[in-house]
Structure formats: C-alpha cells, structure tokens
Design a protein. Structure first.
Length: 584
C-alpha cells in the first residue's frame, strides 16, 4: 500500500504526444495481457517516461475539450515508433479509471479513481506500488503487466529473404514474423535486429539458448535472410550422429567404402555446398569428433572416406547448444566467431499472450473441434476465448523449457477444459492458485505449477479428432477415407491415446475420459471412461497373472507393433499404485 498520488502539481513534460516524443525515452508502463471487450488490444501498452511521477490518467475514451488531465493512451511499440491505437471503449471502465506515476528505480504507483475494482496481490486495493513483472487487473475487464521498456531502434532494412525488397513492411502487430517468431517485446526485437545483422556475414555462428527457446527457428531465419537462402538448409541433430560413423555422416564416403554394399554419399558437408549446415545440440558431439571439423571451419576442406583427394565446400556452419560454452572444444569455439544468445520466455513475459493466441490458432487449424469451441464462429483468425486466470498463471509461471512448455500447458488446458473458454486446468490450480492470482513475484517463485507432460503430437491430435468424429468407434474410423488404416489400426491408435491421456491426467481415469471426449456429450464421455476402465482392468489382470516384467514387456511390444513405451508407462503406474491399489 502506498500513499495517494500528489495531484497538486503537474511537472513540465513533453510527453503529451505519445506517438512521437516517447519513442527515444526509457519508459515504465502497463502492457495489456487480456481484455474482455477488446482482445485485439493484447500486446499494446500504456507508457510514460521513466522517472515521471505523473499523474497520468488512464480510462475509457479520449481527452475532452477543457479537460485538464493528462491522459495516457494505448500504443503499439514498434521499431523507431510508438503507434497510437486510440482510446479504449470498454463500457465498464470509467473515463478516469487509474492515475499512474513512475517510481524511482522502476515500476509504477497506481491509484484507482474509477468504478472498476483494481486487483493486486489477490485483493481489491485503491493504491499499489507495482514492480516490473507484477500483474494487476481491472476486475473482469483488463489484465495488465508492469513493464520497463527501452526504445526499439528503427528496423534494419535487410530483406527477409534474398528475393524480397529491402523495404519489405513489418509483419502485422502480434502476428508471427516471416521467420515464425512471435512477440513485440523490445528484447525480441533486439533479437530480430541481431539476426538481420548477422545474416549478411559469412562467419560461422554459435546459437546459445535453453531447450525450447527457439534455436532452430533462429538458425532457419539466419539462413533464409542470407544470400545462401536460395538453397535448402541442411540440418542435423548432432546428438543423433553415431560416434563410429561420424566421419561418414559428416564428410561422406565412396561407394563400397568402408563396407561392401555401402552407397556413395556426399556427407552433410558436401550437401551443404553453397548453403548452410545447421548442427543442433552441437555440444553433444564428443570434443574429439568436434576437432574433425576444424579444417571445414577454416577453409571448407574435407575428405570423403576412401578418397585421397581433398574437396572444398562453400558452406556456413551454424551450431546450436543448450549447454555451456566450455563443453565445446576451445579451438572449435574460436572458429564459431559469432554468438547469438536467445532470451528465455521468462525474460519476455509480455509476449506470452501473443504466443498463446498463435499456438491456439495452430492447434485449431489441425483440430476443427478446437476452433468450434474456443473461437467465435469457429474462425481461428478471430480472437480466442481465454480465461484471464489462465492467462495470468501462464504469464507468471517460471519456464524451464520455454515455448515448448507453454504449448504443452496450453494443450493440456484445451483437452481438459469443458466449456467455451480455455480455462486453467484443475490440476494446475491445486499447485499454483496463489501464483495465478497474486500478481507478486515472490508468490510466483514459491508456487510454480508442476511441469506438464509431453503434449500430443500433431499426428495424435489429428487421430483424436477423427475418433471424436466417429464417437470413438474404431470400426467407423477404419472405414473413413481420411484415415489411412483399418479397424485394427484405429483400435491401436485409440489405445495409444488412452495411455497418453492417462499420463496427462495424472493417472486419473475420469480426467483422461474428459480429456479425450473434449467436453462433448456426457454419454460419449461415459463411453470413453468405460473403455479406459476396461483397458486398465485388462492390464491389471495381466500383471496379476504373474508374468515377469520382461515377459510382459516382450508381449506388449509384439501387440503394440513395437511402440509399447506408452503402455509400459501405464503398467509402471499400476505397479506403483497410481491407478488404484497395486496389483496383488
């Protein structure tokens, strides 16, 4: 709680024009995370100069003639400019709703002078001192994140691809850019500028970033923006290169060498001639194997196995790693001359609502049932219906696998939800209520929601949509021309989805049934629940028959066409008592 703002004086300021004068000034403000009446406002911000104590008034509508108050209006921060978007029109927000002032050292003093309750720390308050990274809400109307913003430099006028003009327009606000990156935060624009600058150089690159932070996306953007972008990118996860075959994989081999019958191969280095070679998880290569690339990194020189002559490849190497630089051989590291370090999702929380929208649109494109439930008129291009509680929980969560983790949590919310809004799953509420409602960083750190299990793959989501269409009848599904298989294969896919759903629902049969049925008719959910219960009962009986773990594993591997990992997880859960009492 802080004292009311002092309204007695209005310090001289040149900030009355939000579009021009603040573009070159550090700013404090509130980013819009969620809006009930104007969801297209997400990503916009209310910004005042850092250090300006105000007061600045925020509310519905614009300045009226004779109005003595200085009003702050939403803007879209883009390279070199703050673009005004006009006043809010929400009828439940007062014309004078909040008074804002910057606090020395960062953050905002906020006074609520309007009719809509201000919520901070889970309580209705009149005054609040809010630090960057904390959340406040105008109850049921707006969700706002306190931010400290730096200016975004003017966009570098480099083409997005070798065939585009240098003055190609910026992507629409909040949408994915040409490289697939989503976000409008200054830190992401800084990354875009870095990519644009690095793309024009020939030097080899090392991309550093945590798992799920977008290293492959950046590598593809670097390649596409470079002069080499006309040729296909050659990409390989270095962790999958067998140590005994590394030279053959990298440099290729002559026919019948080293073993009779081996075909001639150009190797990754040869394939990348005139293009870019992207080696993900580069630090997973033993340092002895990394050393084999020294001549390639220096001059592009290499030899195929079984060949005496030296070859030369005109390539650029982009390596990526989520491990420390010390795990890369020092002389190799010295040749990867350019570094790009990716920001974590925790460093750009204001981008999370934009990412949620784009990820949900992607899922809705694959599964029309998602579009019908969560998008007006079933149109994925519209703004989705998302609960503010879920959005706050996602924004305040501490991420370890970043966008990948966010996508898994979102899909879990979609599959477990039963209404027309994407809601926070009950399992996450039980572990993170305070983090989802407090708006305080200490609560966020202490009550992080548990990591979500792996999400369904795109192929699995498509199978689930088809099974829902046929009310989970493998026979009807097997007859559908859109399904590439027969009844037996459809039944196998149904059982695989049961295993995944049980894991996602923390081994709760009712939760797994609701997840698979997707909020459809109760009778359909009961049908699915009965099938899951029968499946679990059958596995329990097989365990109780006395088969050893090895025997059961071998038997299930044969039945499940070699893909028995999912069902073996269910077997393990049964043995551990996670699905009722352990088998006797």
């Amino acid at each position: 709680m802080v004292a009311p703002l002092d309204h007695s004086t209005l310090p001289p300021t040149s900030l009355s024009d939000p579009g021009a004068s603040r573009a070159g000034t550090e700013m404090d403000g509130l980013a819009i995370l969620w809006s009930r009446h104007e969801p297209d406002r997400i990503g916009e911000a209310l910004l005042i100069a850092a250090g300006d104590p105000g007061p600045w008034t925020f509310g519905r509508g614009d300045t009226r003639t004779g109005d003595a108050e200085r009003r702050v209006l939403p803007v879209r921060q883009r390279p070199g400019a703050l673009v005004p978007t006009g006043p809010l029109v929400c009828p439940r927000i007062s014309r004078a709703q909040l008074r804002l002032g910057s606090i020395a050292g960062g953050g905002l003093a906020i006074e609520n002078v309007g009719s809509c309750p201000l919520v901070y720390g889970g309580r209705e308050v009149t005054y609040a001192a809010v630090a960057p990274g904390e959340v406040v809400a105008l109850r049921n109307e707006l969700l706002l994140l306190c931010v400290h913003r730096v200016p975004i430099p003017p966009a570098l006028t480099l083409p997005l691809t070798p065939t585009e003009e240098n003055d190609a327009p910026l992507h629409p606000f909040g949408e994915a850019d040409a490289s697939g990156m989503v976000g409008e935060s200054p830190i992401l624009w800084e990354l875009r500028h870095r990519i644009a600058a690095v793309a024009r150089h020939r030097a080899h690159v090392l991309i550093l970033g945590e798992s799920g932070s977008g290293k492959e996306l950046v590598a593809r953007a670097l390649h596409a923006r470079s002069a080499r972008g006309r040729r296909p990118l050659v990409s390989r996860n270095a962790a999958t290169i067998p140590e005994g075959l590394a030279d053959a994989e990298l440099f290729g081999n002559l026919r019948n060498y080293p073993n009779a019958g081996m075909p001639e191969r150009p190797g990754l280095v040869g394939e990348a001639h005139g293009s870019t070679l992207f080696l993900d998880e580069f630090a997973e290569l033993p340092q002895g194997l990394q050393a084999h690339l020294l001549r390639v990194l220096d001059e592009g020189e290499y030899q195929r196995l079984g060949e005496s002559t030296m070859r030369r490849s005109d390539l650029r190497v982009i390596a990526a790693s989520n491990r420390p630089e010390r795990d890369i051989k020092p002389d190799v590291l010295a040749r990867l001359k350019i570094r790009i370090t990716l920001p974590s999702l925790n460093a750009r929380r204001e981008d999370i609502p934009l990412l949620v929208t784009q990820l949900l649109r992607r899922h809705a494109t694959v599964d029309p049932a998602i579009a019908e439930r969560f998008f007006p008129d079933g149109d994925p291009r519209a703004a989705p219906r998302i609960s503010p509680v879920l959005m706050e929980a996602f924004v305040q969560r501490h991420y370890t696998t970043h966008v990948r983790e966010l996508d898994a949590l979102l899909l879990r919310a979609v599959l477990e939800g039963r209404g027309r809004y994407v809601e926070l799953p009950p399992a996450l509420k039980g572990h993170g209520d305070e983090a989802a409602t407090s708006g305080a960083r200490n609560a966020r750190d202490a009550h992080d929601a548990p990591d979500a299990p792996d999400a369904l793959t795109q192929e699995e989501r498509a199978r689930l949509a088809l099974l829902r269409k046929h009310r989970f009848s493998p026979t009807a599904c097997g007859r559908d021309p859109a399904y590439h298989g027969n009844r037996q294969r459809a039944d196998l896919h149904f059982r695989q989805l049961i295993c995944r759903a049980l894991r996602i629902a923390a081994w709760n049969i009712d939760g797994a049934a609701a997840l698979l049925a997707g909020g459809d008719a109760r009778a359909l959910e009961e049908k699915v629940r009965a099938r899951i219960a029968a499946f679990v009962s059958n596995l329990r009986a097989r365990i109780e028959e006395g088969a050893t773990e090895k025997q059961l594993e071998r038997s299930l591997a044969e039945e499940w066409k070699g893909g028995a990992d999912a069902v073996l997880e269910v077997v393990a859960a049964l043995r551990e008592g996670k699905l009722g009492a352990p088998p006797g």
